[in-house]
Each structure stands twice: as structure tokens, then as C-alpha cells.
Design a protein around this ligand. Structure first.
Ligand SMILES: [Zn+2]
Length: 301
């Protein structure tokens, strides 16, 4: 029963204001004033009095804990969604009831809740785990997926939330080492697994950050993030006919005739651009004989 509602008040109202509302309602529904409707007025009068005596007993207490903890309920419940069965139960119990009842349910469950509590309310994070992986350029080009096994410290759900005498999962250490496979695509240059770092008491878990570094390749290089640079040395005015095996293992032939541009763009055959189906380009750079490419001037006016 929501006593505040009966008195047309709210949990956050001052007790003086609630008292005023109570007096107005008690005056209105006093059985002596409702002779034509005594039984209904008596019921209402009782209800108002019961509500007021309950509020008087608990108002300051609940209001204080509400204020002290500075709970932002919107934020709070939003964060809890998707945290599993336990929290759904708490939330479902807490839905559509007043704050007093919410706290009763909340503190009844606080022990079980402790497991999640840390990472919801803590501002301190555990250290991020940074992993650098050297990969071949062809792995990046071909969007190769790699499986990375990581061992992280996790809270033991069984005994972090219950006082077990013997816990086989963690040997009563409250924490245990857990191995997890992370599947990463080499074409994503940086991958962040949020909240997957070690767990510690009263801290949010940090992130696992995986970075790919391309091993040097003697033929092709990544430029502009997603383009592949291929350089042809050609020191005569003869037409160019260049045959090469590309990163997709196919053989291509590039042909052009004099005068040569300094570079040519072959679209959409570069590195996959993360979160899209597009690719960068191949940029074919022509190194011609000395002098030919140097017929330009550059000076201050
Ligand atoms: Zn345990």
C-alpha cells in the first residue's frame, strides 16, 4: 500500500507538508462532518490516519537513506537491465511500488546483489589489459579471424555472493582464474572488449584492448590506414608491364605507357574498412629514372 499516495504526497515531500495534507484530508473525511455518508467516510478517515502514522514512523528514516545514497533510479535500473535473472527479479519486485518497499526488497537482496554492485557504483576501474599482436599483412587483407585465449581474474559467483564454507570453484579464494576465448578480426586495427579485464572488489573491471601491428612486408605497405602501396621501379621510357602476386594470392598485370603519372589508383582492392563493406585502394607508385620526376620548382616567392 502506498501511504504517500493516500495523503496526496510524495516520498520526497517534507514531513511538515505531509502533515498539512493529512490535516486537510482528516478534516474533510471526519465522520462527524459526513453524516449522510458515515460508513464510507469512516473507512476513508481510518485509512488516512493509518497512512499518516506509518509515514510518521518511517518518513525520516527512508528519506535519509534515499538522500544519503544519492540513488539515481533511472540510471540505476537502466544499468541493471540485462544483468540476468537475479536482477530482473529485483526489478520486477520493485516496479510500481514506493521507495520504502523498494528498499526493503533491495536490502533483502543486497548480499546476492554484491556481485553486481561493485561494477555499477564504483568509479575505480581495474587496469586495462593491453595486448599487441603482430600479424601478416595478408591476414589483415583477408580479414583473418584469430582466437586469443586470455586468463583473467574473476569474482567467484558462488562465494562472492554467499558465505560458503567450501567452494570448489575457487578454493575459498573468492576469486578464480578464468580463461576466455576472444575472437578478433585482424582487419579491425584496434578491438576493445569492454569490462573484460580482471575483476576486483569495489572496482569496475577495465577493458581488454587488442591492437594489431602489421609485420613488415617487402612488397606491399599500408598507407592512409586502408590503402595498399605498391611501388614499381621503372627507369626507361618503355611501356610498363608489371606482373605481381597480390595479397589475395591472385596474379595481376599492370600496364601503362609513357608519360607516366607518379601514381595510379586501383579502387576498392585495399584493406577492409572496419564496420563497413568498403575497402581502401591499391596505390601503384612509379619510380622513374632520375631527373624525369624532378622537373619541378619549389621556392619562396
Ligand atoms: Zn568460490
Amino acid at each position: 500500500m502506498n501511504y504517500y499516495k493516500i495523503l496526496n504526497s510524495a516520498q520526497t515531500d517534507k514531513i511538515e507538508d505531509i502533515t498539512k495534507k493529512y490535516k486537510e484530508l482528516a478534516f474533510k473525511y471526519h465522520p462527524d462532518r459526513n453524516i449522510s455518508n458515515t460508513s464510507e467516510a469512516t473507512e476513508k478517515f481510518k485509512e488516512i490516519n493509518q497512512a499518516f502514522s506509518n509515514i510518521k514512523l518511517n518518513h525520516n528514516k527512508t528519506y535519509r537513506s534515499f538522500a544519503q545514497n544519492k540513488f539515481d533510479f533511472k540510471h540505476f535500473t537502466d544499468k541493471l537491465i540485462n544483468k540476468g535473472e537475479l536482477l530482473n527479479t529485483i526489478i520486477n519486485k520493485a516496479k510500481n511500488i514506493d521507495v520504502t518497499e523498494f528498499f526493503n526488497v533491495f536490502f533483502d537482496n543486497i548480499k546476492q546483489f554484491r556481485f553486481y554492485y561493485d561494477d555499477i557504483f564504483s568509479k575505480i576501474q581495474t587496469d586495462d589489459i593491453n595486448v599487441t599482436i603482430n600479424v601478416e599483412l595478408s591476414d589483415i587483407f583477408n580479414n583473418e579471424e584469430k582466437i586469443i585465449n586470455m586468463v583473467r581474474k574473476r569474482k567467484c559467483f558462488k562465494c562472492y555472493t554467499n558465505d560458503l564454507k567450501f567452494c570448489r570453484t575457487c578454493d575459498n579464494k573468492i576469486y578464480y582464474e578464468q580463461e576466455k576465448c576472444f575472437i578478433v578480426n585482424c582487419a579491425d586495427q584496434v578491438v576493445v572488449f569492454s569490462g573484460e579485464s580482471n575483476e576486483e572488489k569495489n572496482k569496475k573491471p577495465g577493458d581488454i584492448i587488442i591492437k594489431f601491428i602489421c609485420k613488415p612486408n617487402s612488397i606491399f605497405n599500408i598507407i592512409n590506414d586502408h590503402d595498399i602501396l605498391y611501388t614499381i621501379n621503372h627507369f626507361t621510357k618503355e611501356p610498363i608491364r608489371n606482373e605481381f602476386i597480390y595479397l589475395d594470392k591472385q596474379t595481376y598485370i599492370f600496364e601503362c605507357s609513357y608519360p607516366f603519372a607518379s601514381s595510379y589508383i586501383i579502387p576498392c582492392k585495399g584493406i577492409n574498412i572496419p564496420y563497413s563493406t568498403k575497402r581502401g585502394n591499391i596505390i601503384i607508385k612509379i619510380n622513374t629514372f632520375n631527373g624525369e620526376n624532378n622537373n619541378f620548382k619549389f621556392r619562396l616567392k
